[in-house]
Ligand binder design. Structure first.
Ligand code: PNS
Length: 161
């Protein structure tokens, strides 16, 4: 059985992330979305909230599990008995960091491959940071995130004020 881990901060999940998850589900028997708990950045949503938002956005997608993880990605990948780490590439600017991370992960865990999936052109400019900035400044971010989580983001912004 082929198992892929799609890791990230997902603070919050965007339409670009969702597109990658759905395309991964066509390629692998099981996809585990790994939500990093202790990101260096102060997140807008706690890890358990981010997990719930992804579940809400995905609906009842079969063969997909959403799990929070802490520590090294390769340890999580081993624990889940996955073969592949999937990362989305939006632009050439993503490449340097992603390349470094893939090489490091390969050194730490030679049996696991990193697969880069090119983001659909519709979402190549979308990031969680852009969503948060737009949301906090009152801009329209409705086409950047799944409909199911729009209200959760609006509520979080209101609570923070
Ligand atoms: O969505 P992001 O913030 O770009 O995801 C980055 C992530 C979570 C994939 C990366 O920071 C990560 O794997 N963190 C876990 C710690 C780790 O394994 N670090 C070594 C590789 S850089």
């Amino acid at each position: 059985m082929s198992v892929a881990v799609y890791p990230g901060s997902f603070d919050p999940i965007t339409c670009g992330h969702l597109d990658i998850i759905k395309r991964c589900l066509l390629l692998y028997d099981k996809v585990i979305v790994g939500v990093l708990c202790n990101s260096a950045k102060k997140p807008m949503f706690e890890a358990d909230e981010r997990v719930e938002l992804i579940k809400k956005a995905l609906g009842d997608a079969k063969n997909c599990e959403i799990k929070a993880f802490d520590g090294l990605l390769v340890d999580f990948v081993r624990q889940e008995k996955a073969d592949v780490i999937v990362r989305g590439l939006r632009a050439i600017t993503d490449f340097e960091y992603e390349f470094q991370m893939a090489l490091l992960n390969k050194k730490l865990c030679p049996e696991v491959e990193t697969l880069f999936m090119v983001t659909s052109t519709d979402y190549s400019y979308v990031s969680s940071s852009i969503v948060k900035e737009l949301a906090s400044l009152g801009g329209d971010f409705s086409r950047l995130v799944p409909d199911e989580i729009l209200e959760d983001i609006k509520l979080k912004i209101t609570e923070g004020r």
